[in-house]
Design a protein around this ligand. Structure first.
Ligand code: C2E
Ligand code: CA
Ligand code: CA
Ligand code: CA
Length: 279
């Protein structure tokens, strides 16, 4: 058993070394990814439960010349820990806002929103307000068409400053959503202070919503709470028409997921939206 333990230890150590070698490799490759044109913003439609397009979520993709597509779940944390998320996140914001402005000019309804994910470091950076104002001005996108997604865990960190920053962002006219809602520990009284427009129900609760009674009750509670506070709800990770039906019954207003479309490059997104008559 002792021998086993040693072998296992050697195995884990090797595994950990391989892991950190890959992290270092990705961290350094990421430094050139933007200038090499390896990053692209994909868009996933957000629909009202009656099937109209209400917005798009911008989701970053990285295609490395040798390693192929690398998941954001892997490279976003690396971009965050190495400080690169500020530069990359700004590029995503500028790209996504310019794209939505072009779509508005091409006939998308005037209230269509572009949802952009903000990391903790971006949310806490000096100059976020100035950056958002500049992005809106440069792109021409009306402020109410930009929706910033903050995860519940970001919102839970240093609550007093989060409440203040959300107020300032609201003054600019942008919309705010709490992403991955239900996975953190926000209290009702805290949520009330947050003054966000939308709660995004985490996909982990949506997955088994037709089978798991406790997931159903959690989602029902989130929707009830949101509506009590005058917030909209959107469910992410909707993959089946049964899930859509259940969420609709429960009063959820908006949905996003593979049932409608995977995240797509801009041209394919536009073709899908027009092809399916979602406008
Ligand atoms: P997220 O913001 O929670 O995004 C939702 C994730 O679920 C996306 O994964 C999306 O492709 C995926 N998804 C959408 N519909 C379905 C579905 O029906 N079923 C399932 N199983 N998954 C679905 P993705 O694109 O791999 O992104 C992963 C995470 O990486 C995002 O989670 C977000 O936290 C982060 N991320 C992606 N792009 C950006 C970005 O530009 N900036 C920042 N800060 N984070 C980003
Ligand atoms: Ca998101
Ligand atoms: Ca999410
Ligand atoms: Ca997530």
């Amino acid at each position: 058993a002792k021998q086993d333990g040693r072998n296992q230890h050697a195995f884990f150590t090797q595994e950990m070394q391989a892991q950190s070698a890959r992290t270092l490799q990705l961290e350094s490759a990421l430094r050139n990814a933007l200038s090499q044109g390896e990053l692209e913003v994909y868009y996933q439609p957000q629909l009202s439960v009656d099937g109209q397009l209400v917005g798009a979520e911008a989701l970053l993709r990285w295609k490395h010349p040798e390693l192929g597509f690398i998941s954001p779940a892997e490279f976003i944390p690396i971009a965050e820990s190495s400080g690169q998320i500020l530069r990359i996140g700004e590029w995503v914001l500028r790209t996504a806002c310019a794209q939505m402005q072009r779509w508005l000019e091409a006939g998308y309804p005037a209230h269509t929103t572009m949802a952009v994910n903000l990391s903790m470091a971006q949310f806490r950076a000096q100059g976020l307000l100035k950056l958002i104002a500049d992005v809106l001005q440069q792109s021409g996108l009306p402020a109410h068409c930009l929706e910033l997604e903050l995860t519940e865990s970001v919102a839970m960190h240093k609550p007093a400053s989060v409440v203040q920053m959300i107020r300032e962002l609201r003054k600019l006219g942008v919309r705010l959503a709490i992403d991955d809602f239900g996975t953190g520990y926000s209290s009702l009284s805290y949520l009330k202070q947050l003054e966000v427009h939308k709660l995004k129900i985490d996909q982990s609760f949506v997955h088994d919503i037709n089978r798991d009674g406790s997931d159903q009750r959690i989602v029902q509670a989130i929707i009830g709470m949101a509506h009590g506070l005058g917030m909209l709800t959107i469910a992410e990770g909707v993959e089946t028409s049964e899930q859509l039906q259940q969420l609709t019954l429960m009063g959820c207003q908006e949905v996003q997921g593979y049932l409608f479309s995977r995240p797509l490059p801009a041209a394919e997104f536009d073709a899908l939206v027009r092809g399916k008559g979602l406008l």
